[in-house]
Design a protein. Structure first.
Length: 351
Protein backbone atom coordinates (compact mmCIF):
# COMPACT_ATOMS: atom_id res chain seq x y z
CA UNK A 1 0.00 0.00 0.00
CA UNK A 2 1.35 3.41 -1.01
CA UNK A 3 2.19 5.93 1.67
CA UNK A 4 0.02 9.02 1.97
CA UNK A 5 2.71 11.64 1.45
CA UNK A 6 0.85 14.20 -0.67
CA UNK A 7 -0.99 17.22 0.70
CA UNK A 8 -4.79 17.06 0.23
CA UNK A 9 -6.04 18.73 -2.92
CA UNK A 10 -8.60 21.57 -2.79
CA UNK A 11 -11.25 19.08 -3.97
CA UNK A 12 -10.39 16.68 -1.16
CA UNK A 13 -10.68 19.52 1.37
CA UNK A 14 -14.01 20.64 -0.12
CA UNK A 15 -15.42 17.10 -0.01
CA UNK A 16 -14.31 16.71 3.60
CA UNK A 17 -15.94 20.03 4.50
CA UNK A 18 -19.23 18.88 2.98
CA UNK A 19 -19.09 15.93 5.39
CA UNK A 20 -18.43 18.24 8.32
CA UNK A 21 -14.76 17.24 8.54
CA UNK A 22 -12.94 20.48 9.30
CA UNK A 23 -10.01 21.54 11.47
CA UNK A 24 -11.67 22.89 14.58
CA UNK A 25 -10.34 23.34 18.09
CA UNK A 26 -12.80 23.14 20.99
CA UNK A 27 -10.32 25.06 23.10
CA UNK A 28 -10.53 28.24 21.01
CA UNK A 29 -14.18 29.06 21.83
CA UNK A 30 -13.56 27.97 25.45
CA UNK A 31 -10.64 30.38 25.77
CA UNK A 32 -12.55 33.21 24.09
CA UNK A 33 -15.55 32.65 26.38
CA UNK A 34 -13.38 32.54 29.54
CA UNK A 35 -11.47 35.71 28.63
CA UNK A 36 -14.67 37.55 27.65
CA UNK A 37 -16.39 36.58 30.90
CA UNK A 38 -13.41 37.74 32.95
CA UNK A 39 -13.46 41.09 31.14
CA UNK A 40 -17.20 41.39 31.77
CA UNK A 41 -16.77 40.56 35.45
CA UNK A 42 -14.04 43.20 35.75
CA UNK A 43 -16.26 45.79 34.08
CA UNK A 44 -19.43 44.89 36.01
CA UNK A 45 -17.76 43.97 39.31
CA UNK A 46 -19.24 46.88 41.26
CA UNK A 47 -22.75 46.23 39.94
CA UNK A 48 -22.51 42.47 40.62
CA UNK A 49 -21.30 43.03 44.18
CA UNK A 50 -24.08 45.54 44.86
CA UNK A 51 -26.74 43.15 43.58
CA UNK A 52 -25.34 40.24 45.60
CA UNK A 53 -25.19 42.38 48.74
CA UNK A 54 -28.83 43.33 48.23
CA UNK A 55 -29.66 39.64 47.83
CA UNK A 56 -27.81 38.68 51.03
CA UNK A 57 -29.57 41.41 53.01
CA UNK A 58 -32.96 40.59 51.52
CA UNK A 59 -34.13 38.32 54.44
CA UNK A 60 -33.66 41.21 56.91
CA UNK A 61 -36.56 43.02 55.26
CA UNK A 62 -39.01 40.27 56.25
CA UNK A 63 -38.24 39.66 59.96
CA UNK A 64 -41.65 40.91 61.02
CA UNK A 65 -43.56 39.12 58.23
CA UNK A 66 -45.18 35.68 58.57
CA UNK A 67 -42.70 32.90 57.77
CA UNK A 68 -44.42 31.63 54.61
CA UNK A 69 -44.89 35.13 53.22
CA UNK A 70 -41.28 36.07 53.99
CA UNK A 71 -39.93 32.81 52.57
CA UNK A 72 -41.86 33.26 49.32
CA UNK A 73 -40.67 36.85 48.96
CA UNK A 74 -37.03 35.93 49.68
CA UNK A 75 -37.01 32.98 47.26
CA UNK A 76 -38.59 35.14 44.55
CA UNK A 77 -36.13 37.97 45.19
CA UNK A 78 -33.11 35.66 45.21
CA UNK A 79 -34.24 34.00 41.97
CA UNK A 80 -34.82 37.35 40.29
CA UNK A 81 -31.43 38.67 41.39
CA UNK A 82 -29.57 35.54 40.25
CA UNK A 83 -31.33 35.73 36.89
CA UNK A 84 -30.49 39.42 36.45
CA UNK A 85 -26.85 38.87 37.38
CA UNK A 86 -26.28 35.68 35.37
CA UNK A 87 -28.30 36.38 32.21
CA UNK A 88 -25.87 38.93 30.64
CA UNK A 89 -22.98 36.53 31.17
CA UNK A 90 -24.91 33.53 29.78
CA UNK A 91 -26.03 35.39 26.65
CA UNK A 92 -22.60 36.86 25.93
CA UNK A 93 -20.91 33.48 26.55
CA UNK A 94 -23.27 31.76 24.09
CA UNK A 95 -22.74 34.43 21.43
CA UNK A 96 -18.96 34.51 21.82
CA UNK A 97 -18.78 30.70 21.78
CA UNK A 98 -20.61 30.58 18.44
CA UNK A 99 -18.39 33.38 17.16
CA UNK A 100 -15.25 31.45 18.17
CA UNK A 101 -16.34 28.47 16.07
CA UNK A 102 -17.42 30.69 13.16
CA UNK A 103 -14.01 32.36 12.91
CA UNK A 104 -12.40 28.90 12.69
CA UNK A 105 -14.56 27.20 10.06
CA UNK A 106 -16.89 29.90 8.72
CA UNK A 107 -20.53 29.18 7.90
CA UNK A 108 -20.86 25.39 7.77
CA UNK A 109 -24.00 23.31 7.29
CA UNK A 110 -22.94 19.67 6.91
CA UNK A 111 -26.15 17.66 6.67
CA UNK A 112 -24.19 14.57 5.68
CA UNK A 113 -22.68 14.37 9.17
CA UNK A 114 -26.14 13.95 10.75
CA UNK A 115 -27.43 11.34 8.31
CA UNK A 116 -28.38 7.99 9.87
CA UNK A 117 -25.45 5.60 9.65
CA UNK A 118 -25.53 1.98 10.81
CA UNK A 119 -21.78 2.10 11.41
CA UNK A 120 -22.47 4.42 14.33
CA UNK A 121 -24.38 1.58 16.01
CA UNK A 122 -21.49 -0.84 15.55
CA UNK A 123 -19.99 -1.55 19.03
CA UNK A 124 -16.56 -2.25 17.49
CA UNK A 125 -16.54 1.17 15.81
CA UNK A 126 -17.68 2.69 19.09
CA UNK A 127 -14.77 1.11 20.97
CA UNK A 128 -12.36 2.35 18.31
CA UNK A 129 -13.63 5.90 18.83
CA UNK A 130 -13.35 5.60 22.62
CA UNK A 131 -9.71 4.55 22.37
CA UNK A 132 -8.86 6.78 19.40
CA UNK A 133 -5.92 9.19 19.32
CA UNK A 134 -8.29 12.19 19.35
CA UNK A 135 -9.94 11.09 22.57
CA UNK A 136 -6.54 10.37 24.12
CA UNK A 137 -5.39 13.90 23.26
CA UNK A 138 -8.62 15.36 24.69
CA UNK A 139 -8.07 13.38 27.91
CA UNK A 140 -4.48 14.60 28.22
CA UNK A 141 -5.61 18.20 27.64
CA UNK A 142 -8.30 17.89 30.32
CA UNK A 143 -5.84 16.41 32.83
CA UNK A 144 -3.31 19.17 32.11
CA UNK A 145 -5.95 21.88 32.51
CA UNK A 146 -7.22 20.43 35.80
CA UNK A 147 -3.67 19.98 37.09
CA UNK A 148 -2.75 23.52 36.11
CA UNK A 149 -5.85 25.07 37.67
CA UNK A 150 -5.36 22.96 40.81
CA UNK A 151 -1.75 24.10 41.12
CA UNK A 152 -2.83 27.68 40.42
CA UNK A 153 -5.46 27.68 43.16
CA UNK A 154 -3.01 26.05 45.59
CA UNK A 155 -0.41 28.77 44.98
CA UNK A 156 -2.95 31.59 45.25
CA UNK A 157 -4.52 30.21 48.46
CA UNK A 158 -1.06 29.59 49.97
CA UNK A 159 -0.02 33.17 49.26
CA UNK A 160 -3.35 34.47 50.56
CA UNK A 161 -3.57 32.55 53.86
CA UNK A 162 -2.34 35.47 55.95
CA UNK A 163 -4.70 38.03 54.33
CA UNK A 164 -7.59 35.53 54.59
CA UNK A 165 -6.99 35.10 58.33
CA UNK A 166 -7.27 38.87 58.74
CA UNK A 167 -10.36 39.05 56.51
CA UNK A 168 -12.95 39.22 59.38
CA UNK A 169 -11.25 42.34 60.76
CA UNK A 170 -11.20 44.24 57.46
CA UNK A 171 -14.87 45.09 57.25
CA UNK A 172 -17.02 44.88 54.13
CA UNK A 173 -14.91 47.27 52.00
CA UNK A 174 -11.74 45.37 52.95
CA UNK A 175 -13.33 42.01 52.13
CA UNK A 176 -14.49 43.38 48.79
CA UNK A 177 -10.99 44.67 47.98
CA UNK A 178 -9.24 41.45 49.09
CA UNK A 179 -11.55 39.11 47.19
CA UNK A 180 -11.33 41.36 44.13
CA UNK A 181 -7.52 41.19 44.15
CA UNK A 182 -7.56 37.39 44.53
CA UNK A 183 -10.12 36.91 41.77
CA UNK A 184 -8.16 39.23 39.47
CA UNK A 185 -5.04 37.12 39.98
CA UNK A 186 -6.98 33.90 39.34
CA UNK A 187 -8.58 35.41 36.21
CA UNK A 188 -5.28 36.54 34.68
CA UNK A 189 -3.51 33.22 35.26
CA UNK A 190 -6.51 31.21 34.05
CA UNK A 191 -6.95 33.34 30.92
CA UNK A 192 -3.28 32.96 30.01
CA UNK A 193 -3.46 29.19 30.56
CA UNK A 194 -6.60 28.78 28.43
CA UNK A 195 -5.14 31.00 25.71
CA UNK A 196 -1.91 28.96 25.51
CA UNK A 197 -3.86 25.70 25.39
CA UNK A 198 -6.13 27.11 22.66
CA UNK A 199 -3.22 28.24 20.45
CA UNK A 200 -1.42 24.90 20.77
CA UNK A 201 -4.62 22.94 20.19
CA UNK A 202 -5.59 25.04 17.16
CA UNK A 203 -2.34 24.22 15.34
CA UNK A 204 -2.51 20.60 16.53
CA UNK A 205 -6.04 20.17 15.14
CA UNK A 206 -5.00 21.69 11.81
CA UNK A 207 -1.99 19.37 11.64
CA UNK A 208 -4.09 16.29 12.46
CA UNK A 209 -6.80 17.31 9.98
CA UNK A 210 -4.31 17.69 7.12
CA UNK A 211 -2.54 14.48 8.11
CA UNK A 212 -5.84 12.58 8.10
CA UNK A 213 -6.70 13.84 4.60
CA UNK A 214 -3.27 13.25 3.05
CA UNK A 215 -3.30 11.34 -0.23
CA UNK A 216 -1.13 8.89 -2.09
CA UNK A 217 0.40 9.94 -5.40
CA UNK A 218 -1.97 7.55 -7.18
CA UNK A 219 -4.98 9.20 -5.51
CA UNK A 220 -3.81 12.64 -6.64
CA UNK A 221 -3.32 11.42 -10.23
CA UNK A 222 -6.70 9.68 -10.24
CA UNK A 223 -8.46 12.77 -8.91
CA UNK A 224 -6.74 14.93 -11.51
CA UNK A 225 -7.89 12.61 -14.30
CA UNK A 226 -11.45 12.62 -12.95
CA UNK A 227 -11.45 16.42 -12.86
CA UNK A 228 -10.04 16.60 -16.38
CA UNK A 229 -12.92 14.44 -17.56
CA UNK A 230 -15.55 16.38 -15.62
CA UNK A 231 -17.65 18.35 -18.16
CA UNK A 232 -18.36 21.04 -15.56
CA UNK A 233 -14.64 21.56 -14.88
CA UNK A 234 -13.85 21.55 -18.59
CA UNK A 235 -16.60 24.06 -19.27
CA UNK A 236 -15.45 26.31 -16.44
CA UNK A 237 -11.84 26.19 -17.63
CA UNK A 238 -12.90 26.97 -21.19
CA UNK A 239 -15.05 29.86 -19.96
CA UNK A 240 -12.19 31.35 -17.93
CA UNK A 241 -9.83 30.96 -20.87
CA UNK A 242 -12.33 32.62 -23.18
CA UNK A 243 -12.87 35.48 -20.72
CA UNK A 244 -9.12 36.02 -20.56
CA UNK A 245 -8.86 36.08 -24.35
CA UNK A 246 -11.86 38.39 -24.64
CA UNK A 247 -10.44 40.80 -22.08
CA UNK A 248 -7.08 41.00 -23.86
CA UNK A 249 -8.75 41.28 -27.27
CA UNK A 250 -11.00 44.11 -26.09
CA UNK A 251 -8.04 46.08 -24.75
CA UNK A 252 -6.16 45.66 -28.05
CA UNK A 253 -9.23 46.64 -30.06
CA UNK A 254 -9.40 49.96 -28.21
CA UNK A 255 -5.94 50.82 -29.59
CA UNK A 256 -6.80 49.93 -33.22
CA UNK A 257 -6.80 52.38 -36.13
CA UNK A 258 -9.51 50.47 -37.98
CA UNK A 259 -11.54 47.26 -37.69
CA UNK A 260 -11.92 45.08 -40.81
CA UNK A 261 -14.89 42.64 -40.77
CA UNK A 262 -16.54 40.10 -43.03
CA UNK A 263 -19.05 41.47 -41.59
CA UNK A 264 -19.98 39.54 -38.39
CA UNK A 265 -18.04 36.26 -38.24
CA UNK A 266 -14.52 37.69 -38.41
CA UNK A 267 -13.03 40.94 -37.10
CA UNK A 268 -9.44 42.12 -37.52
CA UNK A 269 -8.08 45.06 -35.52
CA UNK A 270 -5.42 46.91 -37.55
CA UNK A 271 -3.03 49.53 -36.23
CA UNK A 272 -0.83 51.96 -38.12
CA UNK A 273 1.02 55.07 -37.03
CA UNK A 274 3.94 56.14 -39.18
CA UNK A 275 5.74 57.46 -36.11
CA UNK A 276 5.42 54.14 -34.23
CA UNK A 277 5.35 51.35 -36.83
CA UNK A 278 7.02 50.96 -40.19
CA UNK A 279 4.11 48.87 -41.52
CA UNK A 280 0.47 48.28 -40.55
CA UNK A 281 0.09 45.42 -38.07
CA UNK A 282 -2.66 43.13 -36.77
CA UNK A 283 -3.36 43.87 -33.10
CA UNK A 284 -6.17 41.36 -32.50
CA UNK A 285 -8.42 38.87 -34.26
CA UNK A 286 -11.79 37.46 -33.29
CA UNK A 287 -14.41 35.02 -34.53
CA UNK A 288 -18.17 34.83 -33.94
CA UNK A 289 -19.12 36.28 -30.50
CA UNK A 290 -15.57 37.65 -30.02
CA UNK A 291 -15.86 39.42 -33.38
CA UNK A 292 -19.22 40.88 -32.33
CA UNK A 293 -17.69 42.12 -29.10
CA UNK A 294 -14.81 43.72 -31.03
CA UNK A 295 -17.29 45.51 -33.31
CA UNK A 296 -19.25 46.79 -30.27
CA UNK A 297 -16.06 48.08 -28.65
CA UNK A 298 -14.89 49.75 -31.87
CA UNK A 299 -18.22 51.58 -32.23
CA UNK A 300 -18.11 52.66 -28.57
CA UNK A 301 -14.55 53.97 -29.00
CA UNK A 302 -15.28 55.71 -32.32
CA UNK A 303 -12.94 53.40 -34.27
CA UNK A 304 -13.89 53.03 -37.99
CA UNK A 305 -15.33 49.65 -38.98
CA UNK A 306 -14.98 48.55 -42.63
CA UNK A 307 -16.70 45.56 -44.18
CA UNK A 308 -14.22 43.84 -46.50
CA UNK A 309 -14.80 40.09 -46.69
CA UNK A 310 -11.77 39.09 -48.87
CA UNK A 311 -9.32 41.21 -46.86
CA UNK A 312 -10.70 40.05 -43.51
CA UNK A 313 -10.35 36.39 -44.51
CA UNK A 314 -6.85 36.92 -45.92
CA UNK A 315 -5.67 38.71 -42.77
CA UNK A 316 -7.23 35.98 -40.61
CA UNK A 317 -5.44 33.22 -42.53
CA UNK A 318 -2.07 34.88 -43.16
CA UNK A 319 -1.29 37.22 -40.25
CA UNK A 320 -0.90 36.26 -36.57
CA UNK A 321 -1.69 38.79 -33.85
CA UNK A 322 0.99 41.40 -33.12
CA UNK A 323 2.61 40.83 -36.55
CA UNK A 324 3.07 43.12 -39.54
CA UNK A 325 0.86 42.42 -42.54
CA UNK A 326 2.47 40.47 -45.43
CA UNK A 327 3.58 42.22 -48.62
CA UNK A 328 0.78 40.85 -50.78
CA UNK A 329 -1.80 42.54 -48.51
CA UNK A 330 -0.09 45.95 -48.36
CA UNK A 331 -2.15 47.47 -51.19
CA UNK A 332 -5.64 46.48 -49.93
CA UNK A 333 -4.69 47.52 -46.37
CA UNK A 334 -3.35 50.84 -47.70
CA UNK A 335 -6.75 51.44 -49.34
CA UNK A 336 -8.44 50.84 -45.98
CA UNK A 337 -6.09 53.26 -44.23
CA UNK A 338 -6.70 55.93 -46.94
CA UNK A 339 -10.42 55.50 -46.30
CA UNK A 340 -9.79 56.03 -42.55
CA UNK A 341 -7.84 59.22 -43.32
CA UNK A 342 -10.71 60.49 -45.48
CA UNK A 343 -13.16 59.86 -42.62
CA UNK A 344 -10.92 61.73 -40.21
CA UNK A 345 -10.58 64.60 -42.65
CA UNK A 346 -14.36 64.81 -43.07
CA UNK A 347 -14.94 64.72 -39.31
CA UNK A 348 -12.12 67.17 -38.62
CA UNK A 349 -11.69 69.75 -41.43
CA UNK A 350 -8.45 70.99 -39.87
CA UNK A 351 -6.92 67.49 -40.17
Amino acid sequence: MSEKTEQPTPKKLRDARKKGQVAKSKEVPSAVVIITLFIMIAGLWGWVVDRLQEMILLPTQYYEKPFREGLKAVVTGVGRTMLEVSMPFVLVAAFVGVLGNFFQVGALLAFESVKPDLKKLNPVEGLKKIFSMNNLIELIKSILKIAFLGALLTIIIRDSIDPLVKLPYLGLPGVNFMLGAMLKQVAIYTAVAFLLVAVVDYFLQNYQHIKKLKMTKDEVKREYKEMEGDPHIKGKRKQLHQELINSETVQKTKKASVLVTNPTHIAIALFYDKEETKLPMVLAKGQDHVAKKMIEVAKEEGIPVMRNVPLARSLWDQTPEDHYIPKDLLEPVAEVLRWVQQLEAENNPQY
